[in-house]
Design a protein around this ligand. Structure first.
Ligand code: RIB
Length: 295
């Protein structure tokens, strides 16, 4: 059984590098194309495993070549794949434009990730025997909410990346121990324009809010107050895809390893920065040997 269970999406990322986004009706040239295993759930699982986490992934893929490759990628990273359901839909895809400067624009087609499945006995057992459950919102929200409520009921720490932002059931945030939004997600979720105020407001509901701010580092809020600022690790980014997922996966893995909160946060910031210096999502995540000397 694994310390960390990630319930989430697995997508094949179809990645085009291009100078800018096209206008509606415009055809333009890109400079390269690649398929890269991704999906916020898969990314977080792999990020956690690369820095030493013991991780199981609960997901859904189709019986196609993309699904096989995603499963193999997780297994090769040492992630337990027994909780991946095979469903009668194509494997999910993400259509990603990476622009000069490293920013991206993403359209996700959930397909297999969107199939409504209840938590089964195998998944409940995996969550019950874990210490952390990590979720995002690229699987059906009822499933995600059920998993979070179940984890809470059996004393497992719940970690939520609210991406993409969705309207949430009234009591959802109260069952979250660690909420890891980026600044835009925090603003949208809280319905507050100022990101710091948004983090403060969300931390009156979730136990702890770690708001990532890209090249500006991260802020930690608890009980309505900002309690810590995480300094950025300066790099020149080439592709920011999966950086937030790297942050969450590494944060949880290092907390699970027994590290103090401040050094786990620093490790997460360093790992996320390293990930932006390489192309792709799951392909960009560093190992603990790379991160440790910089923490
Ligand atoms: O967070 C990055 C991820 O978002 C990509 O890998 C893509 O699959 C989408 O889920």
């Amino acid at each position: 059984m694994s310390d960390i269970v990630v319930l989430g999406s697995a997508n094949m990322d179809l990645v085009v590098r291009q100078p800018r986004l096209p206008e509606p009706g415009e055809t333009m040239f890109g400079s390269s194309f690649a398929t890269v295993p991704g999906g916020k759930g898969l990314n977080q699982a792999i990020a956690a495993a690369r820095v030493g986490g013991s991780v199981a992934f609960l997901g859904a893929v189709g019986g196609d070549a993309f699904g096989r490759e995603l499963r193999e990628t997780l297994a090769a990273a040492g992630v337990d794949t027994d909780g991946i359901a095979l469903v009668e839909r194509p494997t999910g895809t993400a259509h990603i434009s990476v622009l000069d400067g490293g920013e991206n624009a993403i359209v996700v087609v959930p397909d297999a990730n969107g199939v409504e499945l209840p938590l089964d006995d195998v998944q409940c057992d995996a969550i019950r025997s874990a210490r952390y459950l990590v979720v995002q919102f690229e699987r059906p929200l009822p499933l995600v909410a059920e998993a979070v409520a179940f984890a809470r009921s059996v004393g497992v720490t719940t970690v939520v990346t609210p991406a993409p932002v969705l309207p949430l059931p009234e009591d959802f945030l109260d069952a979250v121990d660690i909420l890891v939004p980026n600044a835009g997600e925090a603003r949208e979720l809280a319905g507050i324009d100022d990101e710091t105020d948004a983090a403060r407001a969300l931390s009156k509901r979730a136990g702890m809010v770690v708001m990532t701010r890209g090249a500006r580092g991260a802020l930690v809020a608890r009980g309505g107050e900002i309690v810590e600022s995480v300094e950025p690790y300066a790099v020149t980014p080439v592709d920011t895809t999966g950086a937030g997922d790297t942050f969450t996966g590494v944060l949880v893995a290092r907390l699970a390893a027994g590290e103090a909160e401040a050094s786990a946060l620093r490790a997460a910031a360093v790992a996320a920065a390293i990930a932006t210096t390489r192309a792709g999502a799951s392909t960009s995540m560093p190992t603990w040997d790379e991160v440790a000397p910089l923490v």
